[in-house]
Design a protein around this ligand. Structure first.
Ligand SMILES: Cc1cc2nc3c(=O)[nH]c(=O)nc-3n(C[C@H](O)[C@H](O)[C@H](O)COP(=O)(O)OP(=O)(O)OC[C@H]3O[C@@H](n4cnc5c(N)ncnc54)[C@H](O)[C@@H]3O)c2cc1C
Length: 464
């Protein structure tokens, strides 16, 4: 049976691009979800590497005829098992769709195939010296298709928003194989129901994104990073709305504690540059000239000072700014080997301090360690549930439920950026009411009547 499927797929896209040797597929069976919670992959899979939307369309039409699941695969940096095949499947890798098609400087857009990486995009805008792509979800290896369907966020979402805010247009191959274009380069578009925004954040369940047009911004002429130390978390977190209320919207505004930044710095062979304080706000400010940026820094300094901050570290040279960003970005990688799971709960910014306290109480009650850091400017926090004696805590699901419950009580959501994927499908009823889940399932059935595209992700329509 498998041999005949391989043959048919080879006829569609060429034999070099259909792989069924298990040894060559190992890297495609998992993602970056911490191993204690990562779904187990079904190894009865065939890997295909189409080169364009036409070939993707042929594969999907064939998969519908034969009722075979298809799991789209970007770079595999996802954190909720969304790209892991959990039943016999065709894994459809987007790696060959890696053409950066066009940078349109006058319309401030970039159009690329979905397999182009964030690193490629950042390099291309850097080369232009006039353009800027602000968002920075932590792993630059992620592909634009993966970033869009995960509606990725990251540290630099405070000023311009998450990935959704950058998508102007896309080409999609629908689960039944039709190819369609949504949006374009336009800024305004009210033409009917917004299918493009339904596809954004759909986690590979409603269509395969093959091409994306992204919005760009003018390159800021000046940038400065500040680290503001405080004695305690409530002084630090309480300062966030005060800064924003003054009309100063930083590109990034992060919250971190001393033990975590020191651990991360050590992990990458660097030294955390601040001696004072245990709780930090890390801000990145950008603007079109240095003088106005300095005056913003002064006002921020005054606001922080009035709330008990200590000496602010100002980093202006690109090298120094990159060092701080590097230490911040690597908190995740430093903690990952000791983590049983990593959450991305999100609350209104005024509730961050309260959620941090609640998580501390939950950790204490279960005799666990749950370090937390995150995006203070948008309320998105990352609690890492640590392994206990080297193993996943036995009551892990209960601990997560308790954290989710407190988050929801504070007006928050269970995921602000990593998505539902496969690991959180069971948590959806805690976060959404029956009407919402039922509508999502109906939408899935409309797009994908045979349920072939990434089943058991976001919603599980098999369970009905
Ligand atoms: C160190 C590290 C830091 C991270 N930091 C952040 C962060 O700050 N913010 C954040 O939001 N995320 C972060 N992530 C998570 C991850 O990078 C994002 O979720 C990213 O969007 C995944 O992209 P990917 O190409 O790796 O997709 P994959 O993991 O390969 O796939 C993710 C989902 O998208 C689907 N998919 C992939 N490509 C397509 C396509 N072209 N069409 C349709 N479906 C597709 C897959 O089927 C799967 O369901 C981080 C991950 C790591 C490892």
């Amino acid at each position: 049976m498998k041999d005949s499927i391989v043959k048919e797929l080879e006829n569609l896209i060429g034999e070099d691009w259909v792989i069924d040797d298990e040894r060559l597929m190992e890297d495609y069976l998992s993602d970056e979800t911490p191993s204690p919670v990562r779904p187990e992959a079904d190894r009865d899979v065939i890997l295909v590497k189409p080169k364009n939307s036409q070939e993707i369309s042929e594969i999907l039409k064939y998969a519908n005829r034969k009722s075979i699941s298809v799991v789209p695969r970007g770079a595999g940096t996802g954190l909720c098992g969304a790209a892991v095949p959990v039943q016999s499947s065709i894994i459809l890798s987007m790696e060959r769709l890696n053409d950066l098609i066009e940078v349109d400087e006058d319309n401030f857009t970039m159009t690329c195939q979905a397999g182009v990486t964030l690193e490629d995009i950042l390099e291309r805008v850097r080369e232009s010296e006039t353009l800027f792509f602000p968002p920075h979800p932590g792993d630059e290896g992620a592909q634009v298709g993966g970033l869009v369907v995960e509606n990725a966020g990251g540290a630099r979402a405070v000023k311009y928003g998450v990935l959704r805010n950058y998508v102007r247009g896309m080409e999609v191959v629908l689960p039944t194989g039709e190819i369609t274009s949504l949006g374009g380069k336009v800024i305004k578009n009210n033409t009917g129901l917004d299918l493009m925004h339904l596809l954004i954040g759909s986690e590979g369940t409603l269509g395969i994104v093959s091409r994306v047009t992204l919005r760009l911004y003018p390159e800021p002429q000046a940038s400065v990073s500040l680290i503001v130390p405080f004695e305690g978390r409530h002084e630090a977190i309480g300062t966030v709305p005060q800064i924003l209320k003054q009309g100063m919207i930083p590109l990034a505004m992060e919250y971190m504690e001393r033990d975590l930044v020191e651990k991360s710095a050590e992990h990458i062979g660097k030294k955390w540059p601040v001696r004072e304080g245990d709780a930090y706000l890390y801000l990145v400010l950008t603007g079109q000239d240095k003088d106005s940026l300095y005056s913003k820094c002064e006002r921020i300094n005054e606001t922080c000072d009035s709330r008990g901050s200590q000496d602010v570290l100002v980093a202006e040279r690109r090298k120094d700014e990159e060092k701080i960003l590097d230490i911040r970005s690597n908190i995740y990688t430093a903690l990952e080997p000791e983590s049983a799971d990593i959450l991305d709960v999100t609350v209104p910014i005024t509730e961050i301090g309260r959620l941090l306290d609640e998580i501390d109480s939950i950790a204490e009650e279960h005799d666990l360690d749950i370090p937390v850091y995150g995006h203070a400017g948008d309320g998105n926090l990352h609690p890492h549930i640590r392994l206990k004696d080297g193993r996943k805590p036995s009551n892990m699901e209960r601990i997560k439920d308790e954290i989710y419950e407190k988050t929801i009580d504070l007006g928050g959501v269970i995921t602000g950026e990593h998505g539902i994927g496969k690991t959180r499908v069971k948590n959806l009823p805690q976060a959404l009411d029956d009407h919402q889940i039922s509508l999502m399932k109906k939408i899935k059935k409309v797009f994908d009547p045979n349920n072939i595209l990434n089943p058991k992700t976001v919603v599980d329509i098999d369970e009905d």
